[in-house]
Design a protein around this ligand. Structure first.
Ligand code: KIV
Length: 262
């Protein structure tokens, strides 16, 4: 379903209240943005996963604010009506609410996007409040938070123990009360994601979470099958890696045989 009207934070909240699902997808440039939106994505998330899928890093940690702004501006140029969210990268918001504000202002002014996303729950609530009170739309992200991979040592499921579950529920409440407009739940048990979704007023966005979340998000390259391998919770709906490599092989064979141009 192609989007025909601008999507806003209010659109997403109304969808939750009407029990309608929303579709989020990552995008990294103008082309992926245009394709995703044409195919029905209402929100384009410029995730810092682009550090791994587009820039060749082995984690999201090396991604800089300048790189996020560069990619987000391209996504904004490629969208028509979708809501564009930019991940604040590692190191650009954790020091203080003021640092998060300065980074968000740069992102919003230099890329033209609509919202920023930050990883963290209770401990980031004051920062979220500081941004929200100053008119910035903030998406919070809890559960598996890839920017903390060095602390946790893996990209495994979070919220497996009772104490972790209690913490995640407290995190969800804290970011909601602080004024986040949506909440990404990554790689947590389905029952926990379902419980959080029914307890918070803001839309939840699941990735490896639960079909009961108000929205779902996947990484573009994983969904269309460009990634070399996908996380277990991200099925590929096509094999675009093979389609691309077949096209390049056939063209390359034609060039070698002196049959291109025809
Ligand atoms: O960086 C990213 O792509 C993300 C999504 C996986 C939620 O944060």
């Amino acid at each position: 379903m192609t989007i025909t009207k601008p999507v806003t934070a209010a659109t997403l909240l109304r969808a939750k209240q009407r029990d309608e699902k929303s579709v989020w997808l990552t995008a990294t440039d103008a082309t992926s943005a245009a394709i995703a939106e044409m195919a029905g994505a209402e929100v384009l998330l410029v995730g810092d996963s682009l550090g791994m899928v587009s820039l060749g890093y082995d984690s999201t940690l090396p991604v800089t604010l300048d790189q996020m702004i560069h990619h987000t501006a391209a996504v904004v140029r490629g969208r028509k009506f979708a809501w564009v969210v930019c991940d604040l990268p590692f190191g650009s918001y954790q020091r203080s609410a003021e640092q998060a504000f300065d980074s968000s202002v740069r992102v919003l002014q230099e890329s033209g996007c609509d919202a920023v996303k930050i990883e963290g729950g209770e401990h980031m609530a004051e920062t979220i409040r500081f941004l929200a009170e100053r008119g910035i739309a903030v998406v919070a992200h809890i559960g598996l938070t890839p920017q903390s991979v060095k602390k946790f040592g893996s990209y495994g499921k979070r919220g497996k123990s009772e104490s972790e579950q209690a913490q995640l529920i407290a995190d969800a409440r804290a970011v909601t009360e602080a004024g986040a407009v949506a909440l990404v739940l990554e790689n947590i048990p389905a029952e926990l994601a379902t419980a959080i979704t029914s307890h918070v007023e803001i839309p939840t966005v699941g990735i490896g979470a639960s079909a009961e979340c108000d929205a779902q998000v996947l990484v573009f390259n994983d969904l269309v099958g460009i990634s070399e391998s996908n996380p277990p919770f991200a099925p590929a709906y096509a094999d675009v890696r093979k389609v691309m490599s077949d096209a390049i092989s056939r063209w390359s064979a034609d060039v070698k045989a002196g049959q291109f141009p025809k």
